[in-house]
Design a protein around this ligand. Structure first.
Ligand code: NAP
Length: 242
């Protein structure tokens, strides 16, 4: 696979879970990796891995612009952007508050807009870039109790297709990965009964890991995927078969 040694990679929400696995995998492949987070990070761990880190709320355009500007100033470019930061605030529509709707849409969808707009500006001038958006299979299938989250993730799929058409002529590929059920803190909140129901619906009969998602990200970040853009790849043990 491609050499990542000269590549600068930015992963949002890289402090834990899937983002952390993606960051470590690309750092191990030789890339210079920068992660962002919202609340806290284990600084000594990330320093020991030589992964840079910036506190940045993806929903805050000003903060995003400042962080992206300082990364481009220090590293001269960003080759790969992985829009991974995301949250859930689950509840049935009739009980869903406006706050829970807004914070999920602001983080999961507006955050992707903020980051992609800020980063692709510099990619356009370099005429090279890979953007990988972490959506979810529920953005394709729908899911009761997650109208806010599903709307945000379906929005990311539409955003990916539109921006892929806009930026193709600048040699920028933008694709999405739709994970199924991946064992992280996000899914750790679910009850055993809900987890068992998910497991029963997975053809490969096992949950995924952050590494499964990182493997797909590595492919889309590599030059081996140069002829792929605007796509959503499900990494889900076979739940969604399109
Ligand atoms: P997670 O363990 O809860 O980690 C979420 C990450 O996002 C953390 O690093 C968190 O930072 C960061 N984050 C949250 N809000 C942010 C904000 N406003 N600005 C910047 N960073 C923010 O989640 P995960 O399970 O790894 O999920 C990662 C992505 O995969 C999400 O987009 C999620 O929707 C998607 N996904 C996950 C699954 C699954 O089964 N786990 C399935 C489908 C899709 P802090 O640590 O500072 O809070």
């Amino acid at each position: 696979m491609s050499d990542f040694k000269e590549k600068i990679v930015l992963v949002t929400g890289g402090s834990r879970g899937i983002g952390k696995a993606i960051a470590e995998s690309l750092a191990d492949a030789g890339a210079t990796v920068i992660v962002t987070y919202k609340n806290a990070i284990d600084e000594s761990y990330f320093n020991s891995k030589n992964i840079k880190h910036f506190k940045c709320d993806v929903a805050d355009l000003k903060s995003v612009q400042e962080v992206v500007d300082s990364i481009v100033k220090e590293f001269t470019k960003i080759d790969v952007l992985v829009n991974n930061a995301g949250i859930t605030k689950d509840g049935l529509l009739m009980r869903m508050s406006e706050e829970d709707w807004d914070v999920v849409l602001d983080t999961n969808l507006k955050g992707v807009f903020n980051m992609t707009k800020a980063v692709t500006r510099s990619m356009m001038s370099k005429r090279y870039g890979k953007v990988i958006n972490i959506t979810s299979i529920v953005g394709i299938m729908g899911n009761a109790g997650q109208a806010n989250y599903v709307a945000s993730k379906a929005g990311v799929i539409g955003f990916t297709k539109s921006v892929a058409k806009e930026l193709a002529s600048r040699n920028i590929n933008i694709n999405a990965i739709a994970p199924g059920f991946i064992e992280t803190e996000m899914t750790g909140k679910l009850s055993e009964e809900v987890k068992q129901n998910y497991l029963n619906s997975i053809p490969l009969k096992k949950f995924g890991t952050g590494q499964d998602i990182a493997n797909a990200v590595k492919f889309l970040a590599s030059d081996e995927s140069a002829y792929i853009t605007g796509q959503t790849i499900c990494v889900d043990g076979g739940i969604v078969m399109q």
